[in-house]
Design a protein. Structure first.
Length: 119
């Protein structure tokens, strides 16, 4: 007996995987939308996934900067650069907001969050 594999999109719609046209990668798998036999990526949902990934990447960076800030305050050192870096990280989740395509969204990865996982 043959086993059929189904692909389920973000809305719960499903299709036999052998008949579907699927995106080249699974970067935004949670944003897949089924339209006939073609699966595409919902840009709005992809932006949410992107912002969450940025938040995940920035968390340890913010924690490290928090420690650096405290050390700088204890010694009376200038904290301006640390404050600026922390603000850039706080603003980072909005980096993809103006993207008009999945390609633009992938390219919008903020440099303050390290290497682009979509490159």
């Amino acid at each position: 007996m043959a086993v059929t594999t189904y692909i389920v999109d973000k809305d719960g719609n499903q299709i036999d995987a052998s008949t579907a046209t699927v995106p080249a990668n699974r970067d935004f798998r949670g944003a897949w939308v089924l339209n006939g036999s073609v699966i595409s990526e919902d840009l709005t949902k992809a932006k949410e996934i992107f912002a969450d990934k940025v938040r995940e990447a920035r968390k340890p960076l913010l924690e490290a900067l928090d420690a650096d800030f405290m050390k700088a305050q204890e010694t009376g050192a200038d904290t301006a650069a640390i404050v600026a870096s922390k603000q850039a990280l706080r603003d980072a989740p909005t980096a993809g907001d103006s993207a008009t395509s999945i390609a633009e969204l992938k390219a919008a990865w903020p440099s303050c969050c390290g290497d682009n996982p979509y490159a």
